[in-house]
Ligand binder design. Structure first.
Ligand SMILES: NC(=O)c1ccc[n+]([C@@H]2O[C@H](COP(=O)([O-])OP(=O)(O)OC[C@H]3O[C@@H](n4cnc5c(N)ncnc54)[C@H](O)[C@@H]3O)[C@@H](O)[C@H]2O)c1
Length: 272
């Protein structure tokens, strides 16, 4: 038996034009799942779909703003028509905002919560209803290390929203796991890719790369591919007793009290 086989399963993944969403969708398709891919960037999403279709999968790219309930309703109408079931949901897309807490406007707060909290909840609810009827399903949401610890980078609203994603995971796991639907969260630390702007920011801000690395005992920043094995494990029967888990994908960041060390040094290179 291949514990990681996803043949015959249907997955919905958001944020699939780039980064961790594309990497997650690739892992699912390589393991045999057919997919609906959601992104605002239709050209990038179609490119991902083309690549994954070549693996022999049925892949439907949809332009969807995960912060808009009507867009998500349209996704599930397509799912019901084209597939009739869903076993996997990956909540990846959604934007944050950065700035001093005292200056954040109500509109910015609403924007972040609409993207990261209401979007993830509504998508989870739509998939969850179908999975509960089936008695089987695996839902995973990208949170962030900022949902459990302050990043000290003026990301209060983002951190508050990611904390909500973490608590949603615990609540829904508790309500649904007895009916076959597992709900888990993945908390990345800094994951760079050419499109998410992190490389550009590190180039602009002197010392930022070193500051990030200071908080990562593994000694390197994350790459989108780092999510592939973890996401496949969570989607598959290999993790059938894993639910309500809040899993760091962070090179050791949360295990370390990064606030107390020497800037630019961490466990892997610290010599005192
Ligand atoms: N990269 C990191 O360091 C990091 C760390 C922790 C958490 N996260 C979170 O992980 C998620 C993905 O990050 P990434 O680095 O892979 O980003 P990315 O920018 O590489 O990819 C995000 C994708 O989501 C799409 N998208 C953005 N808003 C959308 C919306 N409202 N509806 C539909 N699609 C939308 C974008 O077009 C893009 O294709 C984000 O929610 C981010 O906050 C990222």
């Amino acid at each position: 038996m291949n514990l990681f086989d996803l043949s015959g399963r249907i997955g919905i993944v958001s944020g699939t034009a780039s980064g961790m969403g594309r990497a997650m969708a690739t892992a699912f398709a390589e393991a045999g799942a057919d997919l609906i891919l959601l992104d605002l960037n239709q050209a990038g999403n179609e490119a991902t779909a083309d690549t994954l279709s070549k693996l022999g999968r049925k892949v439907i790219p949809m332009r969807c703003d995960v912060s808009r309930f009507a867009d998500i309703d349209a996704v599930y109408a397509v799912l019901d028509r084209e597939f009739g079931h869903v076993e996997i949901l990956g909540n990846v897309a959604g934007n944050g905002a950065q700035g001093p807490a005292e200056d954040m406007t109500p509109e910015q707060v609403q924007y972040v919560f609409q993207n990261l909290v209401f979007g993830r909840f509504y998508n989870t609810q739509q998939a969850g209803r179908r999975m509960l009827r089936q008695g089987k399903g695996s839902i995973m949401s990208i949170g962030s290390i900022s949902g459990v610890t302050s990043l000290a980078r003026q990301q209060s609203i983002y951190g508050m929203a990611m904390a909500s994603v973490i608590h949603m995971t615990k609540e829904l796991s508790t309500e649904w796991s007895g009916r076959g639907v597992r709900v888990n969260a993945i908390l990345p630390a800094q994951v760079t890719n050419p499109t998410n702007g992190l490389e550009a920011r590190m180039d602009r801000e002197p010392g930022l790369r070193e500051t990030f690395l200071h908080g990562i005992p593994a000694g390197r920043l994350g790459r989108p591919e780092d999510i592939m094995g973890l996401a496949l494990w969570l989607a598959s029967d290999a993790s059938s007793w894993i639910t309500g888990a809040i899993i760091p994908m962070d090179g050791g960041n949360l295990a370390m009290n990064a606030g107390g060390g020497h800037v630019g040094k961490s466990g892997h290179n610290l010599k005192i």
